[in-house]
Design a protein. Sequence first.
Lengths: 437, 191
Amino acid sequence: MKEQDLLEEIGKVSEDLIAAHALPDAEAYADEKKEYIVMQQKKSEYIKNPILRRLPAIAAIAAVLVAGVIIVPKLLPKSGFVTPGASMEQEVAPEDQMPDLVGMDFEEAKNTYGDKFAILLLSSEYNTSYPAGQIFWQDIPAGDSILERETVNVKVSLGDKKVMLQDVRGWQFELAKQSILAAGLYVDKRSAYDDEVPEGNVIATDPEGPCELKPGDYVRVTVSRGSVPDSIRVPEFVGMDIRGAEQVANTIGLKLNEVAVSPEEWEGGSVGAVVEQNVESSEEVAYGTEITVKYISDGTEDSAASDEAVLVQIPVDVPANAYGRFSFTMYNLFDLGEDPAAIASSATFEAGEGLPPFEGGTAAGRHFTPERPENGEVMLEFSSESNLDVGIMLCNIETGEKAQIGAFDYISATGIRPDTLVLDSEKAFREAGLLKE
Amino acid sequence: MKGGVTVNDEKLIGLFEARSERGIEEADRAYGGLCRSVAMHILSDRLDAEECVNDALLHAWNAIPPAKPRRFSAFLAAITRNLALNRYAADHAQRRGGGQMPLVLDELAECISAKENTEHVLDRMALHDTLESFLKALPPKHCTVFMRRYFSMIPVAEIAAELGMRESTVKSILRRTREKLRERLEKEDLL
């Protein structure tokens, strides 16, 4: 769009708007044509009359003589100097300017300026830069003119939000997970053998509870797999990507000794693939045994890349009383900004009956129809060339509200790492205002 | 009555529908000055402005009937404005010359994204709807200032004098309203 387009469209608004706001009183202009005609007549007379033509020059000479005697001293400022570049516009007195309220206590601001203009609390939000009770944003900039009965909207800080991580050691993992999620934190589940902690219970958390964390912080929860087994069955590493083999070995309690071989030494295999292991699969070995594996390396692959990223599908339950339109975005959990950048986005879905016609979406997608969940769930798909800790965000299309709905640990070569997918649909749909209670 | 404004809109339309040329005279007497003012702010030339108003009256004569404007002043002013803008565009390849047009275009440029999106097609209907709802939602005084400036092209000083405001106040209102309009246009993906 160009500004000429906007100018043109302003001219096409309704007659009511034009009549009510655009046009001054027509009566004030009713004599304009008459004045124009009179001016033309006077101009005509002026041209014809030689005395009249000379009058301006005579008058100008007289004016200069008079000004030199009387007027000029009055024009000069007391200092005798004329300030160059002085503005002819009326200056706004300081008392009529919007003050800078940012950093002021909200109550103090109301007490100080309440008689000049209204200060309206738009929202209270957690803010790491301003202590609780202080204004951190105002919609009318400081220095702007204050209009009659002006209202300035402000946002007030709730301070730096902290949440408490409980000590969940020894808890059953599901209960521990609910407690952590309820606090607004995220769970990264790991597992390990432990002779003392029963299988399925929490061995430890990182960080250790009880402690204060920021909402959205990551809590690594190590869950017991029970006592160390007497023996471990060696899996078939041959054919796996080396990074996937590392993950598997780590999970089951084996160590890998990795030996790189060049593609020329080992024809027929793809870069990154394990091609040999020194202990046959299905053999029983002791916990912690080191297995030597050979894998093809051309020296360019790294642990963060995969030639073929695995596409994963994540079924998300949609509560039976869900109502409204929503979508999902996925983002890097280590992007802890207030509004993390989405690395993947889903289609728009809608649930519930009797919704008004859909008018949202982008200009390009203005007329598409949102999808409906099938069998009470929607299927999300994700893939990436990088190994990521991924967060899933639920977004309310109508209101813009967002809520964390889940997270998972993604390995490009193998997909979602086992037991890392965490989803809490009920809580997320409620937080995003998408439940019909 | 002052200025000879004696015929209301209904009677004006009646005269037009009856194909009475007195309708044109009365319309010129009632709203010609106002329309000349709008045209002058765009074209800065009295003769050109006069021609625009005459053309606008002719357009109105040809449009009514079947058109039946509810607000004759708005109807005539809008026609005059568009004719003046077209004439300005034809006469000026670039923003040259005096008058309010170069200033107004510079001001409205703030509402337009700086990004050059060659793939984007201007959805005029959506823009119209958005503008209409945006203007109706403004505080009345702000809408008046905005429309005086960007519909009627009235200079800031004149708006301030007419409405009893300081010039700085008028400029503040215009700036804030342009910012809000830009946000709205971005939200509606019209930029």
